[in-house]
Design a protein around this ligand. Structure first.
Ligand code: NAD
Ligand code: WQD
Length: 340
């Protein structure tokens, strides 16, 4: 039996393939490569020491999905495929709903037709909107996410909850990621953002490597210990292991299960800059500027539910997140681009 991994060539997907292989899960990857490269899969092959079965294609392609489910004996789907840029989603909402929501619907229909009812879905802490409590537990109300990207994640969560009500065979894990960072310790796979990164740590590493002149710190007047925004950064390898734990849990549990995947520890932007400088020995010029639209002051998880139910807990601390992100960035200044 295999796991179908949609979006498996991407940042979190490629790291999850490594952890699936370590846990002796067999898998097939489906990806349209719209935000990734075959090079990431070649590098996964080098890490795990065996070939990766890859199907190039889109989750909207119902005929292709039907063929994949017919060709391989699929036990469960880990569904990463989606677009993830908040700014882009504000500018192109229909593209985000079309890809993330409608694409997921086509996938879930193909799963139903094939009799596959196990799915692990990549959701996001962004569904909590402006959180009603800190730290954020899973039963914290899912507010109104403040952008189309966040709403697309909440819509897919809702669709999955409706499916579970309609048919008790569904086994669904909704994984709400906090802020994934870092890279595999080999430095061969990592996050390769197109253009100028939106996220903090890729921006910091690109300043450090000399690709960007300086970091803008968005807001110095938040009600936090140093005035800058606080987030729950989680090592992508820990996050990947959370998917393995969720798949194992679904083997014995039906219905919908929601887990926060975070560390429970918040760091400010200035904490991150200082930690980066200490770990890498490279200084990061920065300037505090106005707040970024839509940002919240503080966001970190209560990860106790995942610990209690999955036996999963993040193991890798900030120093390791930064060291691994820096190894990846300094060895691959243009991400996978040079080999694309
Ligand atoms: P990524 O862009 O690196 O990976 C997504 C992959 O999906 C890419 O390889 C892309 O080519 C593929 N893809 C996109 N649309 C597709 C389609 N229609 N058909 C087939 N393949 C398609 O992003 P990531 O950071 O690895 O994120 C993975 C998932 O986790 C996404 O759903 C994202 O929304 C979610 N997520 C990411 C973060 C984060 O900060 N990185 C946080 C929370 C949730
Ligand atoms: C972190 C902190 C910024 C860049 C986003 C998405 C969210 C999720 C993860 C997918 C904030 C500050 C950042 C910069 C800065 N993705 N910052 N200068 O905003 O928590 O979450 O990525 O689901 O949906 O919204 O992450 O890395 O962009 O920002 O000062 O150049 O760093 O203001 O306080 P965020 P981030």
């Amino acid at each position: 039996m295999k796991i179908l991994v949609t979006g498996g060539a991407g940042y979190i997907g490629s790291h999850t393939l490594v952890e699936l292989a370590a846990a002796e899960f067999d898998f097939v990857v489906l990806d349209n490569l719209c935000n990734s490269s075959l090079v990431s899969l070649q590098r996964v092959e080098a890490i795990i020491g065996k070939p990766v079965t890859f199907v190039e294609g889109d989750i909207h392609d119902a005929a292709l999905l039907k063929q994949v489910f017919a060709d391989y004996s699929i036990a469960a789907v880990v569904h990463f495929a989606g677009l993830k840029s908040v700014g882009e989603s504000v500018a192109q909402p229909l593209r985000y709903y079309e890809n993330n929501v409608y694409g997921s619907q086509v996938l879930f229909k193909a799963m139903t037709d094939a009799g596959v009812f196990n799915v692990v879905f990549s959701s996001s802490a962004t569904v909590y909107g402006e959180p009603a409590e800190i730290p954020i537990s899973e039963n914290c109300p899912v507010g109104r996410p403040i952008n189309p990207y966040g709403r697309s994640k909440l819509m897919v969560e809702d669709i999955l909850c409706d499916l579970a009500i309609a048919d008790p065979r569904w086994r669904i894990a909704l994984l709400r990621y906090f802020n994934p960072v870092g890279a595999h310790e080999s430095g061969t796979i990592g996050e390769g953002p197109n253009g100028i990164p939106n996220n903090l740590l890729p921006f910091i590493t690109q300043v450090a490597v000399g690709k960007l002149p300086q970091l803008s710190v968005f807001g110095g007047d938040y009600p936090t210990h140093d005035g800058t925004g606080i987030r729950d950064y989680i090592h992508v390898v820990d996050l990947a292991q959370g998917h393995v734990a969720a798949l194992r849990y679904l083997q014995d549990h039906t219905g919908v299960h929601t887990w926060n995947l975070g560390t429970g520890q918040g760091y400010s932007v200035l904490d991150m800059i200082k930690a980066f400088e200490a770990t890498s020995g490279v200084s990061v010029p920065y300037k505090v500027v106005g707040r970024r639209d839509g940002d919240i002051a503080v966001c970190y998880s209560n990860p106790a539910k995942a610990m209690a139910e999955l036996g999963w807990q993040a193991q890798l601390g900030l120093e390791r997140m930064i060291a691994d992100a820096w190894r990846w960035q300094s060895h691959n200044p243009s991400g996978y681009k040079d080999e694309r």
